[in-house]
Design a protein around this ligand. Structure first.
Ligand SMILES: C[S@@+](CC[C@H](N)C(=O)[O-])C[C@H]1O[C@@H](n2cnc3c(N)ncnc32)[C@H](O)[C@@H]1O
Length: 192
């Protein structure tokens, strides 16, 4: 696999989602931010698919709404102004356990309130909820950072989730550098 760096890590994460998404799929953006991942997922699932997007930050929901409106993707996306911990409660009955890809991009939204940052305990809870929602062949892609306060703890929690998922029979891969633990890395959990 190609190495990742801070500039290309989000593109790499999107490509990993694109590998498994099919037209008509359900997808989840667990951390809306500026909405770029949501827009990517909506284009990947196409007019018969749907994307559920989560963020706790009003600014992120507004930015994502603006982006999908401008891109003409509005009808393909449901924005949930709530924590990704509530993924299972938020999905409608006909989308439960049908999800082709879930993208997490952890940390804080650059250029906004850095106090609003993903937290290890809720991230673990959300990853577990997301794994419960993926269909056979579907996957979770989680971009993980260590550079901000709390980042190392969160990265360790994501690794713990990787080990538990492998034990539970999922296929796990890590995309990133083995020699530089300060760089972001991507966990990929695929349901075979
Ligand atoms: C790195 S940004 C995401 C970037 C985004 N994927 C993009 O394409 O621009 C991380 C986001 O996670 C959000 N966040 C923090 N805690 C959250 C939670 N518990 N549930 C959902 N989103 C959360 C932050 O508000 C922030 O917008």
């Amino acid at each position: 696999m190609a190495p990742v760096n801070p500039i290309r890590v989000t593109e790499r994460a999107q490509a990993l989602a694109g590998e498994v998404l099919k037209p008509g799929d359900i997808a989840i953006d667990a951390t809306a931010g500026k909405g770029r991942d949501t827009a990517f997922l909506a284009m990947a699932v196409g007019p018969k698919g749907h994307v559920h997007t989560f963020d706790v930050q009003a600014e992120a929901i507004t930015a994502t709404q603006n982006l999908i409106d401008a891109a003409g993707l509005n009808s393909l996306v449901t924005l949930h102004h709530r924590s990704h911990v509530e993924i299972s409660e938020a999905l409608p009955a006909n989308h439960q356990h049908q999800v082709g890809a879930v993208l997490f991009n952890l940390g804080y939204l650059p250029g906004s309130d850095q106090k609003i940052v993903t937290q290890p305990a809720s991230t673990l809870h959300a990853l577990q909820a997301a794994r419960d929602q993926i269909r056979p062949g579907g996957r979770i892609i989680c971009v993980t950072y260590t550079g901000h306060p709390g980042g190392t703890d969160e990265s360790n929690i994501v690794l713990q989730f990787a080990v538990a998922s492998e034990k539970a029979g999922y296929t796990i891969s890590k995309v990133g550098y083995f020699t530089d633990s300060a760089k972001p890395w991507i966990l990929v959990v695929t349901r075979t």
